[in-house]
Design a binder for this molecule. Structure first.
Ligand code: URA
Length: 434
Protein backbone atom coordinates (compact mmCIF):
# COMPACT_ATOMS: atom_id res chain seq x y z
CA UNK A 1 0.00 0.00 0.00
CA UNK A 2 1.26 3.52 -0.77
CA UNK A 3 0.15 6.73 0.91
CA UNK A 4 0.35 8.44 -2.51
CA UNK A 5 -2.43 6.17 -3.84
CA UNK A 6 -4.62 6.82 -0.79
CA UNK A 7 -4.28 10.59 -1.17
CA UNK A 8 -5.18 10.25 -4.87
CA UNK A 9 -8.25 8.15 -4.00
CA UNK A 10 -9.55 10.71 -1.50
CA UNK A 11 -8.72 13.57 -3.87
CA UNK A 12 -10.86 11.80 -6.49
CA UNK A 13 -13.80 11.52 -4.03
CA UNK A 14 -13.50 7.79 -3.47
CA UNK A 15 -13.88 6.19 -0.08
CA UNK A 16 -11.04 4.54 1.82
CA UNK A 17 -11.31 0.98 3.13
CA UNK A 18 -10.75 0.01 6.76
CA UNK A 19 -7.37 -1.51 5.85
CA UNK A 20 -6.29 1.66 4.05
CA UNK A 21 -7.28 3.87 6.99
CA UNK A 22 -5.47 1.59 9.43
CA UNK A 23 -2.35 1.57 7.26
CA UNK A 24 -2.39 5.37 7.10
CA UNK A 25 -2.87 5.89 10.86
CA UNK A 26 -0.44 3.20 11.99
CA UNK A 27 2.31 4.37 9.65
CA UNK A 28 1.76 8.04 10.41
CA UNK A 29 1.92 7.42 14.18
CA UNK A 30 5.13 5.43 13.70
CA UNK A 31 6.69 8.33 11.77
CA UNK A 32 6.75 6.39 8.48
CA UNK A 33 4.38 8.73 6.64
CA UNK A 34 5.65 12.33 6.49
CA UNK A 35 3.58 15.33 7.62
CA UNK A 36 3.39 16.70 4.06
CA UNK A 37 1.57 13.62 2.80
CA UNK A 38 -0.78 13.55 5.81
CA UNK A 39 -1.45 17.30 5.30
CA UNK A 40 -2.50 16.59 1.71
CA UNK A 41 -4.77 13.80 2.94
CA UNK A 42 -6.37 16.00 5.60
CA UNK A 43 -7.07 18.69 2.98
CA UNK A 44 -8.59 16.07 0.66
CA UNK A 45 -10.81 14.88 3.55
CA UNK A 46 -11.66 18.50 4.36
CA UNK A 47 -13.01 19.07 0.84
CA UNK A 48 -14.40 15.63 -0.02
CA UNK A 49 -15.47 14.36 3.42
CA UNK A 50 -15.66 10.86 4.81
CA UNK A 51 -18.71 8.64 4.94
CA UNK A 52 -20.01 7.11 8.20
CA UNK A 53 -18.04 3.91 7.78
CA UNK A 54 -14.78 5.72 7.05
CA UNK A 55 -15.33 8.02 10.05
CA UNK A 56 -15.86 5.06 12.38
CA UNK A 57 -12.81 3.26 10.94
CA UNK A 58 -10.69 6.39 11.42
CA UNK A 59 -11.90 6.75 15.03
CA UNK A 60 -11.13 3.12 15.88
CA UNK A 61 -7.71 3.28 14.24
CA UNK A 62 -6.84 6.41 16.25
CA UNK A 63 -8.25 4.98 19.50
CA UNK A 64 -6.21 1.80 19.03
CA UNK A 65 -3.00 3.70 18.19
CA UNK A 66 -2.15 3.74 21.94
CA UNK A 67 -3.38 2.33 25.26
CA UNK A 68 -7.00 1.16 25.38
CA UNK A 69 -7.92 1.38 29.06
CA UNK A 70 -9.56 -1.79 30.34
CA UNK A 71 -11.96 -0.80 33.13
CA UNK A 72 -13.48 -4.28 33.49
CA UNK A 73 -12.13 -4.66 37.03
CA UNK A 74 -14.45 -1.83 38.11
CA UNK A 75 -17.87 -3.15 39.15
CA UNK A 76 -20.96 -1.84 37.35
CA UNK A 77 -21.57 0.15 34.18
CA UNK A 78 -18.89 2.82 33.87
CA UNK A 79 -20.22 6.10 32.53
CA UNK A 80 -18.10 8.94 31.17
CA UNK A 81 -19.15 12.46 30.24
CA UNK A 82 -17.49 14.78 27.76
CA UNK A 83 -18.07 18.45 27.10
CA UNK A 84 -16.85 20.15 23.95
CA UNK A 85 -15.86 23.04 26.23
CA UNK A 86 -17.21 26.40 27.20
CA UNK A 87 -16.89 29.42 29.46
CA UNK A 88 -17.77 28.79 33.12
CA UNK A 89 -18.24 25.09 32.36
CA UNK A 90 -17.63 23.55 35.76
CA UNK A 91 -20.15 20.76 35.15
CA UNK A 92 -17.93 17.79 35.99
CA UNK A 93 -17.17 19.23 39.46
CA UNK A 94 -20.79 18.94 40.54
CA UNK A 95 -22.07 16.27 38.16
CA UNK A 96 -19.48 13.57 38.89
CA UNK A 97 -20.21 13.48 42.67
CA UNK A 98 -23.98 13.71 42.06
CA UNK A 99 -23.91 10.71 39.75
CA UNK A 100 -21.45 8.75 41.89
CA UNK A 101 -23.73 9.34 44.91
CA UNK A 102 -26.48 7.60 42.86
CA UNK A 103 -24.26 4.51 42.63
CA UNK A 104 -23.00 4.99 39.06
CA UNK A 105 -19.22 4.53 38.93
CA UNK A 106 -17.48 7.57 37.45
CA UNK A 107 -14.04 6.72 36.04
CA UNK A 108 -12.96 9.80 34.16
CA UNK A 109 -9.93 11.09 32.32
CA UNK A 110 -9.85 14.86 32.11
CA UNK A 111 -7.71 17.54 30.52
CA UNK A 112 -6.31 20.93 31.40
CA UNK A 113 -7.66 24.14 29.92
CA UNK A 114 -6.17 25.79 26.86
CA UNK A 115 -7.24 29.14 25.44
CA UNK A 116 -10.43 30.79 26.67
CA UNK A 117 -12.07 27.67 28.15
CA UNK A 118 -10.97 26.09 31.44
CA UNK A 119 -10.14 22.48 32.25
CA UNK A 120 -11.52 20.30 35.04
CA UNK A 121 -8.08 19.38 36.35
CA UNK A 122 -7.02 23.00 36.83
CA UNK A 123 -10.22 23.70 38.72
CA UNK A 124 -9.77 20.68 40.98
CA UNK A 125 -6.23 21.77 41.79
CA UNK A 126 -7.79 24.69 43.71
CA UNK A 127 -8.01 22.15 46.54
CA UNK A 128 -4.54 22.19 48.15
CA UNK A 129 -2.75 18.87 47.59
CA UNK A 130 -5.20 17.55 44.97
CA UNK A 131 -3.50 15.46 42.28
CA UNK A 132 -4.65 13.66 39.15
CA UNK A 133 -1.42 11.83 38.52
CA UNK A 134 -1.92 8.18 39.43
CA UNK A 135 -1.37 4.73 38.00
CA UNK A 136 -4.36 3.05 36.42
CA UNK A 137 -4.40 0.34 39.15
CA UNK A 138 -4.93 2.95 41.85
CA UNK A 139 -7.47 4.73 39.64
CA UNK A 140 -9.57 1.57 39.37
CA UNK A 141 -9.20 0.73 43.06
CA UNK A 142 -10.45 4.21 43.99
CA UNK A 143 -13.51 3.88 41.72
CA UNK A 144 -14.33 0.53 43.32
CA UNK A 145 -13.91 1.97 46.82
CA UNK A 146 -15.64 5.35 46.61
CA UNK A 147 -17.31 5.30 43.16
CA UNK A 148 -15.34 8.15 41.63
CA UNK A 149 -11.85 8.98 40.33
CA UNK A 150 -10.49 11.50 37.84
CA UNK A 151 -7.07 11.11 36.33
CA UNK A 152 -5.09 13.12 33.78
CA UNK A 153 -4.93 11.80 30.24
CA UNK A 154 -2.08 9.30 29.90
CA UNK A 155 0.45 10.30 27.29
CA UNK A 156 -0.28 7.11 25.41
CA UNK A 157 -3.98 7.86 24.98
CA UNK A 158 -4.74 8.01 21.23
CA UNK A 159 -1.25 9.25 20.19
CA UNK A 160 -2.35 9.28 16.54
CA UNK A 161 -4.94 11.93 17.39
CA UNK A 162 -2.37 14.01 19.28
CA UNK A 163 -0.10 14.07 16.23
CA UNK A 164 -2.90 14.57 13.73
CA UNK A 165 -4.60 17.33 15.73
CA UNK A 166 -1.33 19.30 15.93
CA UNK A 167 -1.00 18.94 12.15
CA UNK A 168 -4.62 19.97 11.47
CA UNK A 169 -4.15 22.97 13.71
CA UNK A 170 -1.47 24.42 11.42
CA UNK A 171 -2.92 23.33 8.06
CA UNK A 172 -6.44 24.85 8.36
CA UNK A 173 -8.06 21.42 8.51
CA UNK A 174 -9.55 21.42 12.02
CA UNK A 175 -13.15 22.26 11.19
CA UNK A 176 -14.32 19.18 9.34
CA UNK A 177 -17.12 17.22 11.04
CA UNK A 178 -15.64 13.72 10.50
CA UNK A 179 -12.22 14.84 11.70
CA UNK A 180 -13.54 16.60 14.82
CA UNK A 181 -15.90 13.75 15.73
CA UNK A 182 -13.25 11.06 15.24
CA UNK A 183 -10.69 13.09 17.19
CA UNK A 184 -12.94 13.52 20.26
CA UNK A 185 -14.39 10.02 20.15
CA UNK A 186 -11.02 8.27 19.70
CA UNK A 187 -9.97 9.60 23.13
CA UNK A 188 -13.31 8.72 24.71
CA UNK A 189 -13.29 5.17 23.33
CA UNK A 190 -9.68 4.63 24.46
CA UNK A 191 -10.66 5.82 27.98
CA UNK A 192 -12.69 2.65 28.34
CA UNK A 193 -16.14 3.66 29.68
CA UNK A 194 -19.18 1.52 28.79
CA UNK A 195 -21.38 4.57 28.25
CA UNK A 196 -20.53 8.06 27.02
CA UNK A 197 -22.67 11.15 27.59
CA UNK A 198 -21.74 14.10 25.39
CA UNK A 199 -22.43 17.76 26.10
CA UNK A 200 -22.05 19.55 22.77
CA UNK A 201 -22.06 23.29 23.26
CA UNK A 202 -23.15 25.89 20.75
CA UNK A 203 -22.90 29.68 20.67
CA UNK A 204 -20.36 32.47 20.89
CA UNK A 205 -18.30 30.79 23.64
CA UNK A 206 -18.28 27.34 22.02
CA UNK A 207 -16.20 25.54 19.46
CA UNK A 208 -19.37 25.08 17.37
CA UNK A 209 -20.76 28.59 16.89
CA UNK A 210 -23.75 27.48 14.80
CA UNK A 211 -26.54 25.34 16.25
CA UNK A 212 -26.87 23.21 13.11
CA UNK A 213 -23.15 22.33 13.29
CA UNK A 214 -23.47 21.38 16.97
CA UNK A 215 -26.38 19.04 16.14
CA UNK A 216 -24.44 17.53 13.23
CA UNK A 217 -21.39 16.95 15.46
CA UNK A 218 -23.52 15.42 18.23
CA UNK A 219 -25.21 13.08 15.74
CA UNK A 220 -21.90 12.06 14.22
CA UNK A 221 -20.37 11.32 17.64
CA UNK A 222 -23.40 9.35 18.82
CA UNK A 223 -23.21 7.30 15.60
CA UNK A 224 -19.52 6.59 16.19
CA UNK A 225 -20.10 5.65 19.85
CA UNK A 226 -22.90 3.27 18.94
CA UNK A 227 -20.88 1.85 16.06
CA UNK A 228 -18.12 1.09 18.58
CA UNK A 229 -20.62 -0.69 20.83
CA UNK A 230 -20.87 2.00 23.54
CA UNK A 231 -24.13 3.38 24.88
CA UNK A 232 -23.79 6.99 23.67
CA UNK A 233 -26.20 9.90 24.15
CA UNK A 234 -25.82 13.65 23.64
CA UNK A 235 -27.18 16.93 24.91
CA UNK A 236 -26.81 20.11 22.83
CA UNK A 237 -26.57 23.08 25.20
CA UNK A 238 -26.34 26.86 25.01
CA UNK A 239 -22.96 28.59 25.25
CA UNK A 240 -24.10 31.99 24.02
CA UNK A 241 -23.53 33.22 27.56
CA UNK A 242 -21.37 31.73 30.34
CA UNK A 243 -22.76 28.78 32.30
CA UNK A 244 -23.73 29.91 35.80
CA UNK A 245 -22.27 33.14 37.17
CA UNK A 246 -18.66 32.22 38.05
CA UNK A 247 -15.74 32.06 35.62
CA UNK A 248 -12.23 31.22 36.87
CA UNK A 249 -10.86 28.16 38.61
CA UNK A 250 -11.46 28.59 42.37
CA UNK A 251 -14.55 30.75 41.73
CA UNK A 252 -16.06 27.92 39.69
CA UNK A 253 -15.24 25.37 42.40
CA UNK A 254 -17.15 27.55 44.88
CA UNK A 255 -20.14 27.71 42.54
CA UNK A 256 -20.08 23.92 42.08
CA UNK A 257 -20.01 23.48 45.88
CA UNK A 258 -22.94 25.91 46.24
CA UNK A 259 -24.81 23.79 43.69
CA UNK A 260 -24.15 20.62 45.68
CA UNK A 261 -25.59 22.45 48.69
CA UNK A 262 -28.76 23.27 46.71
CA UNK A 263 -27.82 26.94 46.30
CA UNK A 264 -26.45 26.95 42.75
CA UNK A 265 -27.54 28.91 39.68
CA UNK A 266 -30.64 27.57 37.91
CA UNK A 267 -29.00 27.09 34.49
CA UNK A 268 -26.03 25.21 35.91
CA UNK A 269 -28.23 22.96 38.06
CA UNK A 270 -30.48 22.27 35.08
CA UNK A 271 -27.55 21.19 32.91
CA UNK A 272 -26.23 18.92 35.69
CA UNK A 273 -29.66 17.34 36.08
CA UNK A 274 -30.09 16.84 32.31
CA UNK A 275 -26.69 15.23 31.83
CA UNK A 276 -26.97 13.40 35.16
CA UNK A 277 -30.30 11.88 34.13
CA UNK A 278 -28.65 10.40 31.03
CA UNK A 279 -25.75 9.11 33.14
CA UNK A 280 -27.99 7.49 35.76
CA UNK A 281 -30.11 5.88 33.01
CA UNK A 282 -27.01 4.64 31.18
CA UNK A 283 -25.74 3.26 34.50
CA UNK A 284 -29.10 1.43 34.88
CA UNK A 285 -29.80 2.93 38.31
CA UNK A 286 -33.24 4.29 37.36
CA UNK A 287 -36.16 3.11 35.21
CA UNK A 288 -36.99 6.43 33.58
CA UNK A 289 -35.96 10.07 33.29
CA UNK A 290 -38.24 11.33 36.08
CA UNK A 291 -36.92 8.76 38.53
CA UNK A 292 -33.30 9.56 37.62
CA UNK A 293 -33.86 13.29 38.08
CA UNK A 294 -35.55 12.76 41.45
CA UNK A 295 -32.67 10.58 42.57
CA UNK A 296 -30.11 13.26 41.64
CA UNK A 297 -32.06 16.00 43.44
CA UNK A 298 -32.35 13.79 46.52
CA UNK A 299 -28.54 13.39 46.61
CA UNK A 300 -28.22 17.17 46.77
CA UNK A 301 -30.94 17.53 49.40
CA UNK A 302 -29.60 14.82 51.71
CA UNK A 303 -26.00 16.08 51.43
CA UNK A 304 -24.62 12.84 49.98
CA UNK A 305 -23.41 14.47 46.73
CA UNK A 306 -21.41 17.06 48.70
CA UNK A 307 -20.04 14.30 50.91
CA UNK A 308 -19.03 12.37 47.76
CA UNK A 309 -17.07 15.39 46.55
CA UNK A 310 -15.24 15.54 49.91
CA UNK A 311 -14.42 11.80 49.76
CA UNK A 312 -13.14 12.21 46.21
CA UNK A 313 -10.95 15.25 47.04
CA UNK A 314 -9.49 13.40 50.04
CA UNK A 315 -8.82 10.20 48.07
CA UNK A 316 -6.80 12.20 45.55
CA UNK A 317 -4.60 13.89 48.18
CA UNK A 318 -6.60 17.11 48.53
CA UNK A 319 -7.69 18.85 51.72
CA UNK A 320 -11.39 18.00 51.93
CA UNK A 321 -12.04 20.59 54.66
CA UNK A 322 -12.15 23.15 51.81
CA UNK A 323 -15.32 21.45 50.52
CA UNK A 324 -17.06 22.50 53.73
CA UNK A 325 -15.28 25.87 54.00
CA UNK A 326 -15.01 27.01 50.35
CA UNK A 327 -14.32 30.61 51.43
CA UNK A 328 -10.76 29.36 52.16
CA UNK A 329 -10.16 28.46 48.49
CA UNK A 330 -7.65 30.74 46.68
CA UNK A 331 -8.82 34.38 46.56
CA UNK A 332 -7.44 37.25 44.50
CA UNK A 333 -6.17 40.36 46.28
CA UNK A 334 -8.03 42.95 44.15
CA UNK A 335 -11.56 43.44 42.88
CA UNK A 336 -13.07 45.69 40.21
CA UNK A 337 -16.73 46.23 39.42
CA UNK A 338 -18.17 46.77 35.94
CA UNK A 339 -21.42 48.74 35.98
CA UNK A 340 -24.18 49.36 33.45
CA UNK A 341 -23.85 52.52 31.35
CA UNK A 342 -27.64 52.81 30.93
CA UNK A 343 -31.02 51.32 31.85
CA UNK A 344 -32.28 48.38 29.82
CA UNK A 345 -32.08 44.60 29.43
CA UNK A 346 -29.00 42.43 28.85
CA UNK A 347 -29.40 41.39 25.22
CA UNK A 348 -26.17 39.50 24.62
CA UNK A 349 -22.88 38.63 26.30
CA UNK A 350 -19.98 37.86 23.91
CA UNK A 351 -19.13 34.65 25.64
CA UNK A 352 -15.68 34.05 24.17
CA UNK A 353 -14.73 37.58 25.27
CA UNK A 354 -15.69 36.69 28.85
CA UNK A 355 -13.35 33.69 28.63
CA UNK A 356 -10.64 36.03 27.36
CA UNK A 357 -11.23 38.35 30.36
CA UNK A 358 -10.42 35.42 32.65
CA UNK A 359 -7.39 34.60 30.48
CA UNK A 360 -6.14 38.22 30.75
CA UNK A 361 -6.46 38.08 34.53
CA UNK A 362 -4.20 35.01 34.53
CA UNK A 363 -6.86 32.30 34.93
CA UNK A 364 -6.19 30.49 31.65
CA UNK A 365 -3.37 29.26 29.47
CA UNK A 366 -2.15 31.10 26.38
CA UNK A 367 0.22 28.19 25.68
CA UNK A 368 0.51 24.65 27.04
CA UNK A 369 3.31 25.78 29.40
CA UNK A 370 1.60 28.86 30.92
CA UNK A 371 1.27 28.87 34.71
CA UNK A 372 -2.25 29.77 35.78
CA UNK A 373 -3.54 31.79 38.72
CA UNK A 374 -6.32 29.79 40.40
CA UNK A 375 -7.66 32.75 42.37
CA UNK A 376 -8.68 35.11 39.54
CA UNK A 377 -11.82 35.39 37.42
CA UNK A 378 -15.24 36.99 37.22
CA UNK A 379 -18.59 36.73 38.88
CA UNK A 380 -21.48 37.98 36.77
CA UNK A 381 -24.41 39.73 38.41
CA UNK A 382 -26.61 39.92 35.31
CA UNK A 383 -27.24 37.47 32.52
CA UNK A 384 -29.11 37.62 29.22
CA UNK A 385 -32.73 38.74 29.70
CA UNK A 386 -32.09 40.43 33.08
CA UNK A 387 -33.30 43.98 33.66
CA UNK A 388 -30.57 46.44 34.60
CA UNK A 389 -30.45 50.06 35.85
CA UNK A 390 -27.72 52.56 35.03
CA UNK A 391 -24.86 52.17 37.55
CA UNK A 392 -25.94 48.67 38.63
CA UNK A 393 -23.25 45.97 38.81
CA UNK A 394 -22.88 43.82 35.71
CA UNK A 395 -19.93 41.80 37.01
CA UNK A 396 -17.18 41.74 39.62
CA UNK A 397 -13.68 40.94 38.41
CA UNK A 398 -11.04 39.45 40.71
CA UNK A 399 -7.31 39.74 40.01
CA UNK A 400 -3.85 40.31 41.38
CA UNK A 401 -2.68 43.01 38.98
CA UNK A 402 -4.39 46.40 38.73
CA UNK A 403 -3.59 47.07 35.07
CA UNK A 404 -4.79 43.63 33.98
CA UNK A 405 -7.98 44.18 36.00
CA UNK A 406 -8.59 47.47 34.13
CA UNK A 407 -7.96 45.82 30.77
CA UNK A 408 -10.31 42.92 31.55
CA UNK A 409 -12.97 45.30 32.95
CA UNK A 410 -12.99 47.33 29.73
CA UNK A 411 -13.26 44.15 27.69
CA UNK A 412 -16.16 42.92 29.83
CA UNK A 413 -17.95 46.26 29.46
CA UNK A 414 -17.60 45.96 25.66
CA UNK A 415 -18.78 42.32 25.69
CA UNK A 416 -21.99 42.92 27.65
CA UNK A 417 -24.70 44.47 25.46
CA UNK A 418 -27.78 46.30 26.77
CA UNK A 419 -30.94 46.90 24.74
CA UNK A 420 -33.93 49.10 25.46
CA UNK A 421 -36.39 46.33 24.58
CA UNK A 422 -37.05 43.35 26.89
CA UNK A 423 -35.11 40.23 25.88
CA UNK A 424 -36.18 36.61 26.39
CA UNK A 425 -33.94 34.36 28.50
CA UNK A 426 -32.12 31.92 26.17
CA UNK A 427 -33.04 28.28 26.05
CA UNK A 428 -30.35 26.24 27.83
CA UNK A 429 -31.03 22.79 26.40
CA UNK A 430 -31.27 23.03 22.62
CA UNK A 431 -31.79 19.36 22.00
CA UNK A 432 -30.98 15.80 22.99
CA UNK A 433 -29.99 12.66 21.14
CA UNK A 434 -31.16 9.79 23.28
N1 URA B 1 -11.36 18.87 20.13
C1 URA B 1 -10.70 17.74 19.83
O1 URA B 1 -10.32 16.97 20.71
N2 URA B 1 -10.48 17.46 18.53
C2 URA B 1 -10.89 18.26 17.51
O2 URA B 1 -10.66 17.95 16.36
C3 URA B 1 -11.57 19.44 17.87
C4 URA B 1 -11.80 19.72 19.20
Amino acid sequence: MRMYDLIMKKRNRMSLSREEIRFMIEHYTAGMIPDYQMSAMMMAVYFNGMNEEETLDLTMAMAESGDMLDLSSIDGIKVDKHSTGGVGDKTSLALAPMVAACGVPVAKMSGRGLGHTGGTIDKLESFPGFSVSMETDRFMKQVNEIGIAIMGQTKDLAPADKKLYALRDVTATVDNMSLIASSIMSKKLASGADAIILDVKTGSGAFMKEEKDAFALAEEMVRIGKGAGRDTRAVISNMDEPLGYAIGNALEVREAIDTLKGKGPDDFLELCLTLGTFMVLAGKKAENEDEAREMLLEKIENGSALEKLAQFVKAQGGDESFVYEPERLPRASMEKTVTAARDGFISHIDCDQVGICSLILGGGRETKDSVIDLSVGLRLSKKVGDKVREGETLANLYGNDASLLSEAAQRYADACHISKEPVKKPLLIKGMIR
